[in-house]
Write a protein that binds this ligand. Structure first.
Ligand code: MF3
Ligand code: CO
Length: 250
């Protein structure tokens, strides 16, 4: 069952999601060569708490940090470490969730460290735009497959591949709720979207083929061919008019 949230519940989700957006915004200029991913994580945890929320990933199924930091061929769920230092030319995906008033927000961005290659820039742009394409399909009466298909179509048109092992998800009182939101699928298929549904939409794209390997740490998902990956995510609410981006800045 896909839960419908009241407008009061959606306002709590907006508070949680805005904390995420704010902290991601503050992290961006801190993604620089020489900075360790553990430093980014401790900054994120401190800021989430200062802003009156609780880190959502910390302790989730044993995940040990506030932030997921996934560099270059790492797709998602990179675990912060003092030993992992950002290098010039890296692309760095930051993924974070927060809880406030019992409701979750979840968002991700990919950030360039120093001077990155043209291919890396294109991957970031196409992934970010594929999220926009997905959001543009969100509206009461549309189908979930319209959203999934929009990501896949835009990615393939631009020569990128779509990760199939991980999906977006419903979100609310739990980090992961129904429905699962693949980044591929058939337009006109799947559940009908209704006003008050809240979704975390998160395209993960690769430059090469998008086969995934999970490392021995049990979390870090990398592209099997070592190709670069990017990841963007927003928490949104479905409305009669379209899409209310809860994790937008502001
Ligand atoms: N945005 C990711 C997701 O929705 C992050 C989860 S990391 C975890 O699945 F540690 F919480 F699992
Ligand atoms: Co998510």
């Amino acid at each position: 069952m896909i839960e419908i949230k009241s407008s009061l519940e959606i306002e709590s989700m907006r508070k949680a999601s805005r904390v995420v957006a704010q902290v991601l915004l503050e992290l961006k200029p801190r993604v620089k060569p020489g900075v360790s991913t553990a430093e980014l994580d401790s900054f994120a945890e401190q800021r989430v708490r200062e802003l009156g929320a609780v880190p959502a990933f910390l302790g989730y199924r044993g995940y040990p940090a506030t932030l997921c930091v996934s560099i270059n061929d790492e797709i998602v769920h990179g675990i912060p470490s003092p030993k992992r230092v950002i290098q010039d030319g890296d692309i760095v995906s930051l993924d974070m969730g927060a809880v406030r008033e019992g409701f979750f927000g979840d968002a991700a961005v990919t950030v360039a460290a120093g001077r990155i290659s043209g291919a890396a820039r294109r991957l970031m742009d196409v992934t970010s735009k594929s999220l926009e394409m997905a959001l543009s399909k969100v509206k009461a009466g549309a189908r979930l497959g319209d959203v999934s298909h929009a990501v896949e179509k835009y990615a393939l048109q631009n020569g990128m591949s779509v990760v199939k092992e991980f999906t977006g998800h419903g979100i609310g009182r739990h980090l992961h709720e129904e429905p699962s939101i693949p980044n591929f699928g058939k337009a006109g298929s799947g559940p009908v979207l209704k006003t008050g549904m809240t979704l975390a939409i998160e395209p993960m794209l690769c430059l090469g083929n998008a086969e995934v390997i999970v490392k021995n740490d049990g979390w870090t998902a990398v592209s099997a061919d070592g190709s670069l990956a990017a990841h963007y995510e927003h928490t949104v609410a479905v409305t009669d008019e379209g899409c209310d981006i809860l994790s937008a800045h502001g």
